[in-house]
Design a protein. Structure first.
Length: 67
């Protein structure tokens, strides 16, 4: 995913990501910590599951905290 910092100073982020199967059932949740992102910059980040997921799985941002 891409994380864009729209603030005037550097920020860190914690993003909660749901992994859902084809029927929409949540099969895992991941907390992704994004290191400091400069003001006005965009960072790439990857959420990973610690489970073996099969079939079609989609990722959905549940919430994001900027600090």
């Amino acid at each position: 995913m891409k994380v864009t910092n729209h603030d005037a100073k550097s920020r860190r982020y914690t993003v909660l990501v749901n992994f859902k199967n084809q029927s929409g059932t949540v099969v895992d949740v991941s907390a992704l910590n994004v290191p400091e992102v400069a003001a006005g910059a965009t960072a790439d980040a990857t959420a990973r599951s610690n489970r073996t997921l099969t079939g079609t799985v989609t990722a959905e941002v549940l919430s994001a905290l900027r600090y």
